[in-house]
Design a protein around this ligand. Structure first.
Ligand code: SAM
Length: 210
């Protein structure tokens, strides 16, 4: 994890809800929470939680949520938003998630994989934390060519090929793996006014039994 990425997200944390609404809509969250099969009593981990976009829907569905992020400022926003609810925050990064093996019924991650130094390793870590038959759902950008996102928003990867994501899920011993379309787009605007319209995939898999 780079210090630059953490500093960037610390700086934008109080504005993130507003920025996020310009980037992508609620359809992504509905698709992710439905694909994870979130139900009352489940332990759901939101990796790269930000201010709690996915976590909020999981809490509304009756889950207990653990939110993980590298940014203390993002975690502070999430804690303030979810005070009094069944929510716990943990500081950590995708390389070494602060989770016990088999701690989660579901792990969800929206738009963090393209910030992960080792995306295949991040998926292995998320899968490690799942109970048998637990679901991993990752939503992120399809491959694109908007280089300015590396400098302006600290993206490490210009999206992903869906075939690569499927391979990483399978290598992490997940089964019933699918990588499909959310019908949603991510639409950031650069400092010089260029608007990107990037499609968003949804990858899902289940942890093997035993
Ligand atoms: C693009 S934002 C998405 C936030 C949230 N998931 C959402 O949908 O609004 C990416 C988030 O991932 C966090 N992040 C970036 N790199 C990370 C890493 N290596 N490990 C954990 N969190 C990371 C950032 O601090 C930020 O909160």
């Amino acid at each position: 994890m780079s210090d630059g990425t953490r500093k960037y997200f610390d700086e934008v944390a109080t504005r993130w809800d507003e920025m996020r609404r310009q980037f992508f809509g609620d359809g992504v969250r509905r698709a992710a929470i439905a694909a994870a099969g979130v139900a009352p009593g489940m332990v759901v981990v939101d990796v790269g939680i930000g201010t709690g976009f996915l976590a909020e829907a999981a809490l509304d569905a009756g889950a207990r949520v653990i939110g993980i992020d590298i940014s203390d400022a993002m975690l502070a926003e999430a804690r303030a938003k979810f005070a009094g609810r069944s929510f716990e925050s943990r500081r950590g990064d995708t390389d070494h998630l602060p989770l016990r093996d088999g701690e989660a019924d579901a792990v969800v991650a929206n738009m963090v994989l393209h910030h992960a130094p080792d995306p295949a390793g991040a998926i292995r870590e998320m899968a490690r934390a799942l109970k048998p038959r637990g679901a991993l759902v990752v939503t992120d950008a399809d491959t694109h060519t908007h280089e300015w996102l590396r400098t302006e928003q600290h993206d490490l990867w210009l999206g992903f090929a869906r075939g690569d994501v499927a391979s990483w899920f399978l290598e992490a011993d997940l089964e019933e793996v699918t990588v499909g379309d959310t019908q949603e787009t991510c639409c950031p605007t650069s400092n010089c006014g260029t608007q990107a319209t990037i499609t968003i995939f949804l990858a899902r898999g289940r942890k093997l039994i035993g």
